[in-house]
Ligand binder design. Structure first.
Ligand code: ADP
Length: 584
């Protein structure tokens, strides 16, 4: 009972895994289980038949019986072979489908999470969970099924043969067996700890590798190779040490078991010798007993080790469920409704927001953004400009107050309808692996080729695209590395153009473009913003000149707002920023 309670957490995890993943694959597992029962039955039969073989050969010596026995042995092993095939085949197929299904689920959950989740979880951690943990789920189910069906049933069958054929001898084995199991269980606890650490170290390796790949320019230009190498070597050695510790523990269990089994067999031979030579027992029953004992060794070993093997997999399953159960940082209300179309007014109504408790970024913030106009946000770095865009996109929810689109609270709207209304052009343009066409079409999935090209033309991107080796079918490389900064920006404008959303949010790039790119970009932007509610985080004088209204922020407060000329005349913060060319 004590052990039962101690391992309830593991049992709960396994029960949940079976509930969530085993049921849908009942057919595959059903066939595998039936096959396993056949394998177990045939194993038992092969031990049982030894008694007939020995007795027929040594006592009755009838040749017709020999034929029969030979045929029976052949049949036993043919059936066992077919059943073993069916068992592995169906087990693997069901297992692979579980991996795929878990990976889809894990990914869906990760996608659903808000930005905060991504800030607090490293991508390396996510990758490890996506790959290792799904595999662990399959391994655990495989192990539970094979151990508790095939091995357990085989073991019970073989033990029955032993007890029926030689009750006294069986006693010897029943004393040694539990001793071995006790020894193995002691090792259990240590393996669990080490495995958990090993997972973390693998995560470290992935992280260092990613940082090296993504930050290769910084690594090279600052000569950080040694520092990176040190980190990587440390992570690699950690994994090596842990793998070695696990290997030592695992290596220890087999020989201990084997030695004990050998001793048991020696004892059995001794006692059985006496029984046959002096006790008048048939050699057949002794042979059946010894065969059953030898055959029982493997399944007994696996069952004794099942908890150790489960420990490794359970760690992965636990991590997988942790991810699945992590509350969504940003969820749609159950009664969420789509936002209705409107002129495109955005209003902050008494909004208070902080990323971390106690560090208020916006406090009782009120602001109305006029529909169809261009509003420029300016202010020193850290004044809350990006935060405003984050809240409008509902990347975060404010702790207090509301954000309204044409008088509709966005926290009551469906996320899809909210995102539909918005096109966002970020400071660093992000391109996905794929062609130019693919990257622009991400703005609106069902757009035709002609619409994509029209958008590219409006974004002043068409000319350079047709000049590329394969035009619109040119691969852009990982994160668009094959294109220049200006080209990437124009592709992202084309993407936003294609989306044709009511509201445009623009985080202006701070990096300087060359004069020609800048002119093309400006022109493209003008087309995009015409007649649309646009909020732009402005870093350039030319942008503020273009804006209808300028909102000046400082420490999360609106300190000034109005048209460029009026603000300059006031001689406040705006005038100072303007003199410094706005660039924070
Ligand atoms: P701006 O865009 O005007 O430079 P931000 O809106 O990015 O300013 O930042 C406003 C404040 O919020 C700053 O003090 C910044 O340190 C803080 N901040 C921004 N993003 C986060 C985040 N993800 N977690 C915690 N604090 C943040």
């Amino acid at each position: 009972m004590l052990r039962f309670f101690r391992s309830t957490e593991n049992q709960r995890l396994i029960a949940r895994l079976l509930r969530e993943s085993f049921r849908q694959h009942m057919f595959g597992y059903g066939v595998a289980i039936v096959s396993m029962l056949v394998v177990a039955g045939m194993t038992t039969a092969s031990a049982l038949i030894m008694s007939d073989i020995t007795n027929e050969f040594t006592v009755s010596k009838r040749i017709d019986k020999v034929y029969l026995i030979a045929a029976a042995v052949a049949a036993i092993f043919i059936i066992k072979g077919v059943a073993t095939f069916a068992q592995s085949y169906f087990l693997s197929r069901a297992g692979n489908s579980i991996i795929a299904e878990r990976q889809r689920k894990i990914y869906d959950r990760i996608l659903e999470q808000g930005i905060e989740f991504y800030h607090s979880t490293s991508s390396a951690d996510l990758i490890t969970r996506m790959t290792n943990n799904a595999q662990a789920a399959r391994n655990v189910i495989d192990l539970v099924v094979t151990s508790y069906v095939r091995d357990l049933v085989s073991l019970i069958g073989l033990l029955l043969v032993m007890v029926v054929k030689q009750p006294a001898l069986s006693l010897v084995c029943f004393v040694v067996g539990p001793l071995a199991i006790y020894g193995v269980n002691r090792i259990l606890k240590r393996i669990r700890k080490i495995t958990e650490m090993e997972f973390l170290s693998i995560g470290q390796i992935v992280q260092v590798m990613q940082e090296t790949a993504i930050g290769v320019r910084v690594v090279k230009s600052f000569g950080l190779e040694d520092a990176m190498r040190k980190r990587m070597y440390k992570a690699v050695s950690d994994v090596e040490h842990r793998a070695n510790s696990i290997a030592t523990l695992e290596a220890g269990t087999s020989p201990i078991m084997e030695t004990l089994a050998g001793l048991a067999i020696a004892g059995v031979i001794l006692v059985s010798g006496f029984l046959v030579v002096q006790g008048g027992q048939t050699a057949g029953s002794i042979m059946a007993f010894i065969t059953a004992l030898l055959l029982a060794y493997e399944p007994a070993k696996r069952i004794a080790r099942v908890r150790i093997s489960l420990e490794t997999g359970i760690v992965g399953v636990r991590m997988m469920f942790q991810l699945a159960d992590r509350p969504l940082t940003l969820a749609e209300k159950p009664d969420a409704k789509p936002l209705l179309p409107g002129p495109g007014e955005i209003r902050f109504d008494e909004v208070s927001f902080s990323y971390n408790e106690g560090q208020s970024v916006l406090k009782d913030f009120d602001l109305t953004i006029e529909p169809g106009k261009m509003t420029a946000l300016v202010g020193p770095s850290g004044s809350g400009k990006s935060t405003m865009l984050n809240l409008i996109m509902r990347m975060y929810d404010p702790q207090k107050g509301r954000i309204l689109f044409d008088d509709q609270d966005i926290s009551h709207a469906t996320l899809a309808s909210l995102r539909q209304k918005i096109a966002y052009v970020s400071q660093e343009t992000f391109l996905f692996a794929g062609t130019v066409m693919h990257n622009i079409r991400l703005g609106r999935e069902n757009a035709t080729d002609a619409e994509v090209i029209a958008a590219a033309k409006a974004a002043n991107a068409h000319d350079f695209i047709t000049g590329l080796a394969k035009g619109y079918d040119t691969e852009v490389g990982e994160n668009g590395t094959l294109l220049s900064g200006g080209q990437r920006q124009r592709i992202s404008i084309a993407r936003a153009m294609l989306r044709n959303a009511e509201i445009l949010l623009l985080d202006e790039a701070t990096s300087a473009l060359d004069a020609e790119s800048e002119a093309l970009f400006r022109d493209a932007l003008q087309q995009l913003t015409a007649g649309r509610t646009t909020i732009v985080i402005a870093h350039r004088l030319s942008t503020v000149h273009q804006a209808d209204t300028i909102v000046v922020l400082e420490n999360g407060q609106v300190v000034e707002s109005g048209a460029h000329r009026d603000l300059l005349r006031q001689g406040g913060l705006y005038q100072k920023l303007y003199e410094y060319q706005l660039m924070p």
